[in-house]
Design a protein around this ligand. Structure first.
Ligand SMILES: [Zn+2]
Length: 82
C-alpha cells in the first residue's frame, strides 16, 4: 500500500541529490529523479524503510525534454560512393 500521494510541486528539488525529495515519517527522504519521471516512474520507495509514495505529476512536463534531439531535421544526404 502506498503511504501517500504527493504532488510534484509539494516535493523539494535537491541540487545535491539531483532528485525531488519528500520527507518520510521515519526521518529519511523519498527521492525520485527527473530520469525516473521521464521514464514514467511515479512510485518511489524510502531508502530506509518499506514505505513508498506515489508522485503525482504531468508526464508531458518531463517527456518533452528528451525528444528535443529528435526534432532536428535530418540533414543526412546520400553519400556518393565511387
Ligand atoms: Zn522511511
Amino acid at each position: 500500500m502506498s503511504y501517500d500521494d504527493v504532488e510534484i510541486e509539494d516535493m523539494e528539488w535537491s541540487e545535491e541529490l539531483q532528485a525531488y525529495t519528500y520527507p518520510c515519517p521515519c526521518g529519511d527522504l523519498f527521492q525520485i529523479t527527473k530520469d525516473d519521471l521521464r521514464l514514467g516512474e511515479d512510485i518511489t520507495r524510502c531508502p530506509s524503510c518499506s514505505l513508498y509514495i506515489t508522485v503525482v505529476y504531468n508526464a508531458e512536463d518531463f517527456a518533452g525534454s528528451t525528444s528535443k534531439m529528435n526534432l532536428e531535421p535530418s540533414k543526412q544526404q546520400p553519400v556518393a560512393v565511387a
